[in-house]
Design a protein around this ligand. Sequence first.
Ligand code: HEC
Length: 194
Amino acid sequence: MIRKLAIAAAMTVATASVASAQDCTAITVEDAFDLDETQINVLYDCLQEKMATGYAKEGDDIGSNYRSWAATATRPAVAGPHGNRLLNTFANDVAAEQYLKFEEEGFEMPIGSVLAKESITVSIKKKAARPGPLFIMTKVGLDEAPDAGGWLYSGLQPNGKVMKVKQSFCHDCHVGWEAQDSLGYPLEEVRVTQ
Ligand code: HEC
């Protein structure tokens, strides 16, 4: 038991300090919530180019451009929903000003707002992290999306292909934040402060 713990500790140090191409996606934790800031930054450094290249692969407009948008968080974080993945949201020009206020009521995002959220899938079983989908919300207005609070939910697979998305699946959860226009926002500790 003690030996096992020692090995685990040694591996954690190795994961945090050596970001080589082979092992930088390795994880030693038993739960995605146990990843600390250093480990998350190592994973993100290791995977971010692969993610961006993958989402852009099929030429999708959002998948090709979201990286030039406003960052809303200082690093990815695990919120729980979205499969315990590490999440990191970007806001386009139309969305950024309002979104970055992280207001809790009394506003509506302007039509044309787009939020694109990178995700990293953390496989406890495989002891490795890999790119997950790019989750997207586009404000199209109530005329076009009366049942989804005026939002169109979509996504790209890590290889850039369009995901099949059931609007009610996404919105049934997001509507829980109805007062803040169905937005979940990044965890408070990683929000970009203006
Ligand atoms: C079980 C609840 C749940 C479901 C289902 C869900 N989401 Fe989310 N979503 C969240 C939470 C919580 C956040 C905020 C946490 C974070 O981003 O760190 C969020 C954030 C987002 C964001 C960033 C904008 C924001 O809300 O701040 C996008 C884009 C997004 N989700 C898209 C989707 C799409 C597309 C689907 C369906 C394929 C979906 N979500 C399904 C809970 C959910």
